[in-house]
Write a protein of this length. Structure first.
Length: 134
């Protein structure tokens, strides 16, 4: 049975995801507007800031992890890359196999991405952490 603490952990993870979207997208827009960087560089900087933000908030607030930072960061990047590939594969399958509209395909693909990323963070990246009892 899923506990209240586990529901709260999922809610924190989703909240960090929303915050991360604002940080990443805001950084992309600032780089383009203020620094005048191109799309690729702006995107790289934005995603880097977003990943750092996501790692920091998820490590401390979502999973209350107090283990070593660098190994956790390496595991975080691995889980992110696998989640991203799962997202991309879902998008391509939805479009090319199931003839789903591409905008809808991207929205659908957020579900397996988010689920995998949460489970990967909980059981692999921040595995020494326990679910908070609130």
């Amino acid at each position: 049975m899923i506990t209240v603490a586990e529901y709260l952990q999922v809610a924190r993870f989703l909240t960090v995801g929303v915050l991360n979207t604002f940080v990443g997208l805001g950084t992309i827009y600032l780089c383009k507007w203020v620094l005048g960087t191109g799309d690729v560089i702006s995107n790289m900087i934005g995603y880097t800031c977003g990943l750092i933000n996501s790692f920091a908030w998820n490590r401390r607030w979502t999973f209350d992890h107090s283990g070593a930072v660098l190994p956790a960061a390496a595991r975080f990047l691995i889980v992110f890359l696998v989640a991203y590939l799962l997202n991309l594969g879902t998008v391509l399958a939805a479009i090319n196999i199931f003839d789903v509209n591409s905008y809808l395909a991207h929205a659908i693909a957020t579900v397996p991405y988010t689920a995998f990323f949460f489970l990967g963070c909980r059981f692999f990246v921040f595995r020494s952490a326990t679910v908070r009892r609130e």
